[in-house]
Design a protein around this ligand. Structure first.
Ligand code: TDX
Length: 357
C-alpha cells in the first residue's frame, strides 16, 4: 500500500528540509500542507516539486473543514506536524498569529487526526503516528549549569514558547485521553539552508555582506544550543519510525555557544569565503543593541534519551554545519532577496513598541 505522510509547514525551513529528504531518500508519498505565510515559500521545495510522490495543499491547519478533507482524501499513515509561527521577536510584537496557528491549529489537526484514526481498522490504528514537533523553549531558561531533559518542568517565557508549550500539552492529552499514537520532539536552535532571514545566523550573514551593523542583543552572552537542520530531520524520521507513542524525545546537537561566539565565527568564515576589501574584518561590524525583552539566558538540551534508545547521532559539528550554511547563503543571495522582498527588510523586531535602541 502507498504510504502517505502529511507534513504540515512543509514550505518552511525545517519542514522543507524534511519534505526534500522524504522525497529523495524514502518511498513515502508526501502531502505538504502549508498556509504560505511570510515564512513559507514554495521555492524551498522546488527541487522535489515535480516528483509524482509530492503533493501540495495550501491550507490553514486551523481550518477544520479543510483539514478533515485532507485526511479523507489522502488517508495518511502519519502526520508530521511542523507548521508553526516560530519567531520569538515577532511573538513579542504580535502574539495573535501564534495563538491561532500554534494552539488552535494544533488542536484542529489533533481532532481531525483523531476522527480519522478512530475510523481506521485495527492494523491501521496501530500503525498510525502523529509526530508533534516542538522546541526546547518550552522548558524556560537555564542558568550557567544544567541541561533540559524530557522530565524538565515546563516554564515557557515568551508568547511564542507559551504557545508551543500549550500545543505540546494538547498533543500529549490526545494520547493520554484518546489513545492517539502521538510522539513529541523538542529540539534546540536549528540552522542551515533555507532558514528565513530573520533568525540570528542569516541576519548576521546578510547584514555583514552588505557592510551593515550586525545587531547583537544585550552583550551577546546568551547561550543557544545549535543543531544542523538535516540532523534534526534525521532525528524526526528516527522518532517517527522507531519511537514509542506517548514518549517525548529531546533533540540537540551538543553544540552550546554564546551568541557573540557564533557571530564571531560567522564573521571569520565571511573573511575567508567572501573577502571584502572595504571590510577586512567583518567582526568590526558587530554592534551591541538593546536586549530582547524577557530574553532567555541559556538553552541546552540533553539528547541522551534519543541517543541511547533510538541510536540517533548528529552528523555535523557546529563548525562543519556553520561553514556549509555560510557558503549556502553566499550562493543563494537571490533566494534571500526573493523571500524577503516586500515582507521583511532585516529591521529590528520584538522591542514591544520601543524603538529607541
Ligand atoms: O539579530 C539578532 N541578534 C541577536 O543577538 C537576532 C535575530 C537574535 N539575536 C539573539 C537572540 C537569541 O539569544 O540570538 C539568539 C538566537 O535568536 P533567534 O535566531 O531569534 O532564535 P531564538 O530566539 O533562540 O529561538 C529559536 O530557537 C528555538 C527559534 O526561532 C525558535 O523557533 C526555536 O523554537
Amino acid at each position: 500500500m502507498k504510504q502517505v505522510i502529511l507534513v504540515t509547514g512543509g514550505a518552511g525551513f525545517i519542514g522543507s528540509a524534511l519534505v526534500r529528504r522524504l522525497i529523495r531518500r524514502t518511498g513515502y508519498t508526501v502531502v505538504n500542507v502549508d498556509k504560505l505565510t511570510y515564512a513559507g515559500n514554495l521555492s524551498t521545495v522546488a527541487p522535489v516539486a515535480d516528483d509524482p510522490r509530492y503533493h501540495f495543499e495550501r491550507v490553514d491547519i486551523a481550518d477544520a473543514k479543510a483539514v478533515a478533507r485532507l485526511f479523507a482524501t489522502y488517508r495518511p499513515c502519519a502526520v508530521m506536524h511542523l507548521a508553526a509561527e516560530s519567531h520569538v521577536d515577532r511573538s513579542i510584537d504580535g502574539p495573535a498569529a501564534f495563538i491561532h496557528t500554534n494552539i488552535l491549529g494544533t488542536y484542529t489537526l489533533l481532532e481531525a487526526a483523531r476522527h480519522y484514526w478512530e475510523g481506521l481498522d485495527a492494523a491501521g490504528r496501530a500503525a498510525f503516528r502523529f509526530l508533534h514537533v516542538s522546541t526546547d523553549e518550552v522548558y524556560g531558561m537555564l542558568g550557567p549549569e544544567g541541561y533540559f531533559t524530557e522530565e524538565t518542568p515546563y516554564r515557557p517565557s515568551s508568547p511564542y514558547s507559551a504557545s508551543k508549550a500549550s500545543s505540546d500539552h494538547l498533543a500529549r492529552a490526545w494520547h493520554h485521553t484518546y489513545g492517539l499514537p502521538v510522539l513529541v520532539t523538542n529540539c534546540s536552535n536549528n540552522y542551515g539552508p533555507y532558514q528565513y532571514p530573520e533568525k540570528l545566523i542569516p541576519v548576521v550573514i546578510l547584514n555583514a555582506i552588505q557592510r551593515k551593523p550586525i545587531p547583537v542583543y544585550g552583550r551577546g552572552e546568551n547561550v543557544r544550543d545549535w543543531l544542523y537542520v538535516d540532523d534534526h530531520v534525521d532525528a524526526l524520521l528516527t522518532v517517527l519510525e522507531h519511537g514509542t507513542p506517548g514518549e517525548t524525545y529531546n533533540v540537540g546537537g551538543r553544540s552550546e555557544r554564546r551568541n557573540i561566539d557564533v557571530v564571531r565565527a560567522i564573521c571569520a568564515l565571511l573573511d575567508e569565503l567572501a573577502p571584502d576589501p572595504g571590510v577586512p574584518r567583518h567582526e568590526d561590524l558587530i554592534t551591541f543593541v538593546q536586549d530582547r525583552p524577557g530574553h532567555d539566558f541559556r538553552y541546552a538540551i540533553d539528547p541522551a534519551k534519543i541517543e541511547r534508545e533510538l541510536g540517533w547521532r548528529p552528523a555535523e559539528t557546529f563548525e562543519t554545519g556553520l561553514r556549509k550554511t555560510v557558503q549556502w547563503y553566499l550562493d543563494h543571495l537571490d533566494w534571500c532577496r526573493e523571500v524577503t522582498d516586500g515582507k521583511y527588510d532585516l529591521r529590528r523586531l520584538g522591542l514591544a513598541g520601543v524603538t529607541n535602541d
